[in-house]
Design a protein around this ligand. Structure first.
Ligand code: KIV
Length: 266
């Protein structure tokens, strides 16, 4: 039976009804199709693909072409989820003239349903929304500004910074953003912003007071090699599962145990 895709109106309704929802990143067709069938209503093709999929140290090097390529794959893997594409560093910061056509490309060339922008970008948000493109905003710890922040540090720790973040959030809501990612800020600040806004907030490292929560799918699945930051809760240990499968396969091949008759043609 055909099911309808999540829309930004559904997310607005979730907020009105006090219904929390989950968001996950996705970067490829197979993972997107699993998450879609698991009922995750929003998938974000995050620029964290720079680190998770491409092996970069930061999100800064990922290009428009790479983001478009991965967004197409995620869209092909979904039937129900709203797919949001992250606009990469350098694709929108200089002007509305730069940002608007790049936002259009995500919908026109990759089939995304919305775009995400980091930082206080009310003017650009308004222009993109006016073009008919839903915008997810992102405040707090914004990884594209890692060097400006002096590292991945929790933001809005002072009253003044918290007030500024709240003012930026209200400006973005007024500009037409349909949701707001709050990353790496104290729980109390995130709760206050969530209560002040009519649009849903989506927390990551921002405590339980947000309307939704997002995790990077590699962290959710336990695919990482090192330790995880405090805000991450891995729900699986796929790194061990994959390592074990690869080692057992290699051993079987080395010992001539694979392929056996049952995996061979007569
Ligand atoms: O790129 C990303 O994964 C993100 C989420 C952490 C919100 O922006």
């Amino acid at each position: 039976m055909p099911t309808s895709r999540t829309t930004i109106r559904d997310l607005a309704r979730f907020k009105q009804e006090g219904r929390r929802f989950a968001v996950l990143t996705a970067y490829d067709y197979t993972t997107a199709s699993i998450l879609d069938q698991a009922g995750i209503p929003v998938l974000l093709v995050g620029d964290s693909l720079a680190q998770c999929m491409l092996g970069h140290d930061t999100t800064l090097p990922v290009s428009m072409e790479e983001m478009l390529h991965h967004t197409r794959a995620v869209v092909r893997g979904t039937q129900q989820a709203l797919v949001v594409a992250d606009m990469p560093f350098g694709s929108y910061q200089s002007s509305v003239q730069e940002g608007l056509p790049n936002a259009v490309r995500f919908l026109k060339e990759a089939g995304a349903h919305a775009v995400k922008l980091e930082g206080a970008q009310p003017e650009l948000t308004q222009a993109i929304v006016a073009a008919g493109i839903p915008v997810m905003s992102h405040l707090g710890l914004t990884p594209q500004s890692v060097h400006q922040m002096g590292g991945y540090r929790v933001q809005a720790r002072t009253d003044e910074a918290a007030q500024r973040l709240l003012a930026d959030a209200l400006d973005l809501e007024k500009a037409g953003a349909f949701s707001l990612v709050l990353e790496g800020i104290p729980s109390a600040v995130a709760r206050a912003v969530s209560e002040a806004l009519a649009i849903p907030t989506i927390g990551i490292g921002a405590g339980p007071g947000c309307d939704a929560q997002v995790l990077v799918v590699n962290d959710l699945l336990g695919l990482g090699a090192g330790t995880y930051p405090k805000f991450v809760k891995p729900y699986a240990d796929l790194r061990s599962v994959v390592t074990d499968a690869a080692r057992r396969f290699a051993t079987d091949v080395e010992q001539g145990a694979f392929p056996d008759e049952s995996h061979s043609y007569s």
